[in-house]
Design a protein around this ligand. Sequence first.
Ligand code: SF4
Ligand code: SF4
Length: 285
Amino acid sequence: MIEIRFHGRGGQGGVVASELLAQAAFLDGKIPQSFPFFGVERRGAPVTAYSRIDDRPIALRTSITAPHVVVVLDPGLLATERVTDGLKPGGLLLVNTTHAPETLAAPGGVRRAAVDATHIALAHGLGTAMLPIVNTAVLGALARATEVVSLEALSRAVEQFVPARPEENRLAARDGYLGVRTVDGTAGPSVPLPTSPRVAGPSLPEGPMASLSSERIHTAAWRTFTPVIHLDRCTKCNFCWKFCPDDAIEFDAVGFPKLRLEYCKGCGICAAECPPKTIEMVAEV
Ligand code: SF4
Ligand code: SF4
């Protein structure tokens, strides 16, 4: 059995990626399983999804804590999430990044792979510059780096189960397959592994679920895009403030919106809702 853990952000297609992988494995004659883990947050929030693939029925129903493969759809998560936790020796870390696989931090002995899924997705018109839908390009890369599914089965799964732009998604999977670069794990990590989140959060109360306000959890740690408000075109309509899920917008003395960046997770909802489109989302990485 091979166990795969996907790390992405809400809206990037990580959950659909694990489902598509399972469909492709089924078309290849294997037994798949896939399921997501969501927190209470949505767009922009870290999301984890899991896939198991075997030749026999899978009885396990637990989340995956010691995966053979970790797939990271958003490179910004490398700085804020401990994505390689539990990754098995000899396993694979696959990251959507423009950087070479040699630059990826991973435990010693882990193979590393890199694919520029963001540019592949944008080249095929999948998503927007702020939120490209990178899942099919990443799956193509995964198919080649692991051979866990064939490109043919993945292409058929995309055609059958992706409702929007199936042809563009199929081509993105092909380009991800062709564009992935891998390096073996014998060289060990080239840069130190992160030992703590970029912005330390408070210690959470014990229990199965913690509920705290964003006054205590600084969701800025998730951000890879920053909103920039062009005040010369702002009408002071307050829509950005009204729709911001993290109360990350306040007002200055004359009524213009002002960001509270320590709480802004970069979800882009304010930019989408601003009537005169005066908010620009600028990439941080
Ligand atoms: S300020 Fe904008 S980008 Fe930041 S959390 Fe609020 S809605 Fe999202
Ligand atoms: S939604 Fe746009 S126009 Fe309205 S207050 Fe916010 S930035 Fe200004």
